[in-house]
Write a protein that binds this ligand. Structure first.
Ligand code: AMP
Length: 182
């Protein structure tokens, strides 16, 4: 049983690494970005509301992702554990997550902060070729990360849950560092 939160800037490898770890632990990998992208592709009501924020590299409104995560954490497969990838993204979301988990009588074990220098991030994001990966949007996403998401590092540090992993190494080296933790 593991309940982990992945934190880190866009391009740090959160998505790839958290998915590998979730698969090896047979627990759900819950990515708000992935759920939102599917909603946009399907042009569901959620997707239609989220699209313009995502295209600009902004965070979608808290209420939308909070509803989405609450619904996902209520599913029975989360009893075995989970990995959250991309949520929470700001302090308000982190506080709401604490509240949701206390109602479910769950807690997270660790928050893994994947640390990667800025130069590497931009290069990685540009080579990824996702729709929201053009240079202007990338710059905005990095700014949003710094302003809104990076404060979560001290939020979780003060709760003594944070572990920082050097994400500026080969995929295999990061995976093995993560396996040693989980
Ligand atoms: P990601 O795949 O995690 O990089 O997320 C892609 C985009 O989805 C982000 O740039 C945001 O627009 C949106 N998004 C994903 N997770 C969240 C969240 N927790 N809060 C607000 N917006 C989010």
């Amino acid at each position: 049983m593991a309940r982990l939160i992945f934190l880190g800037p866009p391009g740090a490898g959160k998505g790839t690494q958290s998915k590998v770890l979730a698969d090896s632990h047979l627990i759900p990998h819950i990515s708000t970005g992935e759920i939102l992208r599917e909603a946009v592709t399907g042009q569901t009501p959620l997707g239609m509301k989220a699209q313009r924020y995502m295209e600009r590299g902004e965070l979608v409104p808290d209420q939308l992702v909070v509803d989405l995560i609450q619904e996902r954490l209520d599913k029975p497969d989360t009893q075995s554990g989970w990995i959250l990838d991309g949520f929470p993204r700001n302090v308000i979301q982190a506080q709401i997550l604490d509240f949701i988990l206390s109602k479910l009588s769950h807690d997270y074990d660790r928050v893994i902060n994947l640390d990667v220098p800025d130069e590497t991030l931009v290069a990685r994001l540009l080579s990824r070729g996702r729709k929201d990966d053009n240079e202007e949007v990338i710059r905005r996403r990095l700014e949003v990360y710094r302003d809104q998401t990076a404060p979560l590092i001290s939020y979780y540090e003060s709760r003594e849950k944070l572990v920082t992993v050097d994400g500026n190494q080969s995929m295999e080296a990061v995976s093995s560092a993560l396996n040693n933790l989980a």
